[in-house]
Design a protein around this ligand. Sequence first.
Ligand code: PLP
Length: 423
Amino acid sequence: MSLREKSATELVQEARERYVARGISTPPLVVDRAEGARIWDVDGREYVDFAGGLGCANLGHNLPAVVDALHAQVDRYLHQCFMVGMYEPYVEVCRRLAELSPCKGAEQKSVLLNSGAEAIENAVKIARVATGRPAVIVFDNAFHGRTLLSMTMTSKVVPYKAGFGPFAPEVYRTPAPYPFRGVSEDDAVDALRYLFKGEVDPHSVACAVLEPVQGEGGFIPMTPDFPKRLQELLDSYGILYVNDEVQSGCGRTGPVWAIEHYGVEPDLLVSGKSLGGGLPLAGVTGRSELMDAVHPGGLGGTFGGNPVACAAASVVLDTVSAPEFRARSERLGETLRTRLDAIARDVDGITDVRGLGPMLAIEVEDGARAGATLAAARSRGLLLLTCGLYGNVIRLLPPLTLSDEDAAAGMDILEAALRETAP
Ligand code: PLP
């Protein structure tokens, strides 16, 4: 037996194994503190963070303006429940979401929830009541959450669905464009038409739910005209277009919402992740005619729109909607893309580089290589995540506030890790 003292990381890992369910997967990282694009672990190791708490740190960790807003709110009250006593921070977030909404219609309203999955569930509830129809269309490679309905809408069996059935009824899946894997925009439009012929009466469909850049599914941006063509088809049957921007929103692709790249006005917007600046917050936004279709009391929840999370969200929305923030993000996207393209030319086994603005990823030959690259990067001080049906996509989710030095440091490590794992 080794007499070596256990590290702080090992001690927490041991306790984690003893007390925390194994169903939640965890890397060998125990965080001590975080600031901007940097994380320090409990043994003093420093990391550049290209994982961003799974897409929740578009503004980096502990942005001073967010922290100040939180402190001010913490000193007033922590929780009320909007159904017990209204409070301004909730209304202020809804006002900003209305002003920034990419959705159809002049007058926009929102409901606030705790998580992306809960917001997706609520978007479907609203669409069902507004249309009086039951069915929901979703796409290959979609990820919409882990609750019963949102898990049903998600398209990856292991780990998200295996053993968790029976699933929710009236969910129909169809391909989304994925040119790298041979699904063209025309194929996807044809497949949806076929679905309406062979599988589900379009007049019984309440909504179609689509991520403009599929996140967990592999950072797959929709082809330039697909959202428009989808919208035309949906409109012809009175089906609502629900735009899931839980991962692609809040500035991740440059504009506040990724759908702005596509010149389409969806019916409902689902937001989450970075919206709360590190606190749990999600929303559904749309024209009042849809949002007010639901009877009073039909929407809500104990913690949805918590005042502390709302205080952060107002700062987040003000920040990501500033033109200079967008310009900076777009520059970051160009820098990272140029570097990724150069690495892909130079290092074997990188099969695709893709993304929209600074929402970027590379596809490698298989999941084993992607996993090994993540481990190699972590040991050199860079945190990354994989995604994709085959787990072979390495995605970049750095803070959009990333300094040039941190961007270069992160990309240097990524390149070294890819070289180390090259076939
Ligand atoms: N929708 C998309 C596009 C997501 O990426 C996610 C989470 O990754 C969700 C919904 C679910 O969000 P949450 O994990 O907050 O429930």
